[in-house]
Design a protein around this ligand. Structure first.
Ligand SMILES: [Zn+2]
Length: 120
């Protein structure tokens, strides 16, 4: 599964993705997907993803500016949609090559979700 094919599948289900999707729309899509989002006061990174008994739970730090909350949420949703394992809370320190690849994939899918300019 490539990032691009995952994006096209998601966009079939949620046409707002890649077309200027706003944070509240991302929240609605996450809810439709059974993904739980919690804003938390204390977190060493902007966001993190946990797996709680089979339910993906995305943590977003409560003090993020709106643009950062939107991009962090897209990045964390991308991890879930790419089937990556739970995000370590200190996500960018001491990480393996595989983890770095997953971060690049998540950034790539998040970029498509937020900014894609699709041509037909
Ligand atoms: Zn990440």
């Amino acid at each position: 599964m490539t990032v691009a094919s995952r994006f096209y599948d998601l966009r079939q289900a949620y046409p707002a993705l890649g077309s200027g999707v706003q944070e509240d729309e991302l929240h609605a899509i996450a809810a439709a997907e059974g993904i739980v989002i919690e804003r938390v006061r204390r977190l060493p990174s902007a966001g993190a993803t946990l797996n709680a008994a089979g339910t993906a739970v995305i943590l977003l730090r409560a003090d993020l500016e709106p643009d950062q909350a939107r991009s962090t949420l897209a990045h964390e949703l991308a991890h879930v949609w790419l089937g990556h394992g739970a995000e370590p809370v200190a996500e960018r320190s001491r990480i393996s090559r595989k983890r770095r690849e997953q971060e690049l994939e998540a950034d790539s899918l998040a970029h498509l979700i937020l900014n894609a300019k699709l041509r037909r």
